[in-house]
Design a protein around this ligand. Structure first.
Ligand code: ZN
Ligand code: ZN
Length: 259
């Protein structure tokens, strides 16, 4: 069995075809999915999915790419994450690729999420793009990692260097690979995926984006995470069952869910 550790099935293109999405998951032995919140106005919908479907979990947080959106404070994140199906804080982090200019607000937002994670013990779901140095720095400064009494978390849709992966793993973080790792031009990332121990690895779709090979360019969905798992198994020369079992265990351990 596989778990999609990061998807956005509340986005309209996926929310409109949930029955199909759940049957595809069943067909591909994808047993659970974590529906990740990207802004506060979407949170009620994200939570509703987690309440409606036993195998869907959810998070609370505001994505670094959302500029003109209500800004949560620590108390609000703490309060909303008290629900038993809210298992993580995010997605949060830094993105200097999509946005330019003075991004101090982005760093402040990230700090708020880390503080909420420390306060609740719920792990962080971290997005980082063209900002790995500051991301790691803020994680250290705010004590995000289990090494500093934080809840740790996951570096989602990982596309950075092995150095960045190692810095995150030293803080107790997991590394999550998406369909990007299956792309032909992702040789460097594939090298990173060979070096990250299975015990620290999660898999995800980040659907509706980034469908894995052989579906590249099509709409992604949680059921396709099995293709990421199969690719990582082939890459590491281990049976796919081993990747499935280990990434599933990692997911339940990180998000403190008793499987
Ligand atoms: Zn992301
Ligand atoms: Zn995402």
């Amino acid at each position: 069995m596989f778990i999609d550790s990061h998807c956005h099935i509340n986005f309209p293109e996926l929310a409109a075809r949930l029955p199909e999405i759940f049957s595809k998951m069943a067909e591909n032995r994808v047993t659970h999915a974590l529906c990740v919140c990207v802004d506060m106005p979407d949170f009620p919908q994200v939570l509703a999915l987690a309440e409606q479907y036993p195998n869907v979990y959810a998070s609370v947080g505001v994505h670094p790419d959302y500029e003109d959106t209500p800004e949560p404070d620590v108390d609000e994140l703490v309060r909303l994450s008290e629900h038993p199906k809210i298992v993580g804080i995010g997605e949060t982090g830094l993105d200097y690729y999509r946005l330019e200019g003075d991004l101090e607000w982005q760093r402040n937002r990230f700090r708020t999420h880390i503080r909420a994670s420390r306060a609740t013990g719920k792990p962080l779901i971290i997005h980082t793009r063209s900002a790995s140095e500051d991301t790691i720095r803020l994680m250290r400064e705010e004590g995000a990692g289990t090494d500093a009494g934080g809840a740790g978390g996951v570096m989602h849709c990982f596309t950075e260097s092995l150095q960045v992966a190692e810095a995150a793993m030293e803080m107790g973080f997991y590394i999550s690979f998406s369909g990007i790792v299956t792309f032909k031009n992702a040789k460097d990332l594939q090298e990173v995926a060979r070096a990250v121990p299975l015990e620290r690895m999660l898999i995800e779709t980040d659907s509706p984006y980034l469908a894995p090979v052989p579906y590249r360019g099509k709409m992604n969905e949680p059921g396709l995470v099995s293709h990421v798992g199969q690719f990582l198994a082939d890459l590491n020369g281990v049976p796919v069952e081993e990747v499935a079992r280990q990434t599933t265990e990692n997911f339940f351990r990180l998000f403190k869910i008793s499987g």
